[in-house]
Write a protein that binds this ligand. Structure first.
Ligand code: CA
Length: 231
């Protein structure tokens, strides 16, 4: 699909940033609509559901987190949040409540457009459940539970495998530490970040050509990890 087929709703109260977003998105070929408050956004999204929402977490009328949670009650397309540099915990909370990705202010157009493309690509991957994943030289056969690097089978422990598949299924998306711990280790372990560090290091040793400079399992500093959906 060409960008022109995609409609992006920008929810941002600050006029200069809204203008910047509108100009950047329009020149990349997206159709853009804008809301300057949470209430306006709800009406606009309901009237014409966009393909992607860009949501500023700092809004005047409704807390951006509430906007996110209310949208997520029915809206299933990607939501990308904008956050200030000092709002690490807000960003993590937003990701835990259904945001797909975030961009920290101030951000560049190139970064923003790349995040939008990734999110839109990801959202189109619906339909029947995949039985295998291929990224770069990595291939995972979900029915046989086998992992290959090129032609060579890679032996993973059951937890390593579970972690890898969880990341693959959300490829391209930022996954918080809490999310991964809950999905892989269960609800009682959401604080045990060191489990995750150990297992990610193990996976990188087995899957990455250079574990110190990973191309598949990327670190999102202070937030979590992202599996590079295309290498
Ligand atoms: Ca704002």
């Amino acid at each position: 699909m060409a960008p022109g087929d995609h409609h992006v709703l920008v929810i941002e109260d600050e006029l200069p940033i809204r203008r910047f977003l509108r100009a950047s998105l329009a020149s990349a070929g997206y159709r853009v609509s804008e809301a300057e408050s949470g209430e306006e956004a709800f009406k606009m999204a309901a009237r014409q559901p966009p393909d992607l929402v860009i949501l500023d977490l700092g809004l005047p009328d409704v807390d951006g987190q509430d906007v996110l949670e209310r949208l997520r009650e029915w809206y299933t397309q990607p939501i990308l949040v904008l956050s200030a540099r000092d709002q690490e915990s807000q960003k993590i909370r937003a990701l835990d409540h259904g945001a797909d990705d975030y961009v920290t202010k101030p951000f560049g157009v190139g970064e923003l457009l790349a995040r939008i493309r990734t999110a839109l690509r990801h959202s189109r991957r619906t339909g029947p459940e995949a039985t295998s994943f291929t990224v770069g030289d990595l291939r995972v056969d979900l029915t046989a539970r086998l992992v290959y690097r090129g032609e060579t089978e890679v032996h993973l422990t059951p937890l390593e495998y579970k972690l890898l598949v969880t990341m693959l299924k959300h490829g391209g998306k930022v996954l918080t530490h809490r999310f991964l711990l809950r999905e892989v280790w269960g609800p009682g372990n959401s604080q045990e970040n060191h489990y995750l560090r150990v297992f990610v290091a193990g996976l990188r040793r087995k899957l990455e050509t250079d574990p110190a400079r990973p191309r598949y399992i990327l670190t999102e500093q202070g937030v979590g990890y992202r599996f590079a959906a295309e290498a």
